[in-house]
Design a protein around this ligand. Structure first.
Ligand code: MN3
Length: 248
């Protein structure tokens, strides 16, 4: 039986030239010279950037509007984009929330694990964080107030401990007030964008100590940024979330 190229020799004229060109191209491709893949549009879902629940300048002068714009619109958006790109090539991850993804890193396909840990963690951490900031109450209330007093003695003592934890983070990371699996409060730090959820802990309050969170306004003075953070906690929201979870 004639192969395709031999068959083409039996054809004449322009038709055979065209067909031969086509035959050679398909041979080249089968030899590994792959044509450039079509440029795929970046996936826009399933995850999306939640809007800030207040104006960009709402936390002035403690957190400046320019930092809020960059932090939310650029940094958080990048985590969302990279997470979407990671799950796009792993259809088995479809339908999971970001909290589910970062809570169970060990069950993820190995090829997706680092991207989900970093970008999923970044999306989960920042989505958690924005609503805990704002102007809402000067101190914790209700169950959270009781739990903080029981664990740390007083609100100032708690703030000192969370400040020390935030200052202890080497490089980029977060300091957290979490509810441990046994229900008690604890302070912990996580490196990079690791989520407390990966440790089985529920975040109650957190502080982002990546330089992108403060460098424009505070430069190297992380401690001043941490002091400012305590001026912009929406304690009403944080206390409400804590009380709600207490019932679950
Ligand atoms: Mn950040």
């Amino acid at each position: 039986m004639m192969n395709r190229r031999t068959a083409l020799k039996h054809l004449g004229g322009a038709a055979s030239t065209l067909l031969l060109t086509e035959a050679l191209r398909s041979e080249a491709l089968s030899n590994g010279q792959a044509a450039a893949p079509p440029v795929a549009a970046a996936p826009t879902g399933p995850f999306s950037l939640p809007p800030l629940p207040y104006a960009y300048d709402a936390l002035e002068p403690n957190f400046d509007a320019q930092t809020m714009h960059l932090h939310h619109d650029k940094h958080h958006q990048t985590y969302v984009n990279n997470l979407n790109a990671a799950v796009a090539v792993h259809p088995e991850l479809a339908g999971k929330t970001v909290e589910q993804l970062v809570s169970n890193l060990a069950v993820l396909p190995e090829a997706a694990r680092t991207a989900v840990r970093n970008s999923g963690g970044g999306h989960a951490n920042h989505s958690f964080w924005w609503p805990t900031l704002g102007k809402g109450g000067a101190a914790p209330t209700g169950e959270l107030a009781k739990a903080i007093d029981a664990k740390f003695g007083s609100l100032p003592a708690f703030e000192d401990k969370l400040t020390a934890a935030a200052m202890s983070v080497f490089g980029s990371g977060w300091a957290w007030l979490v509810r441990s699996s046994d229900g008690t409060l604890a302070i912990e730090t996580t490196p990079n964008q690791d989520s407390p959820l990966a440790l089985g802990h529920k975040p109650v309050l957190g502080i982002d100590v990546w330089e992108h969170a403060y460098y424009l306004k505070y430069q190297n003075k992380r401690v001043d940024y941490v002091k400012a953070f305590f001026q912009v906690i929406n304690w009403d929201y944080v206390s409400g979330q804590f009380a709600q979870k207490d019932k679950v």
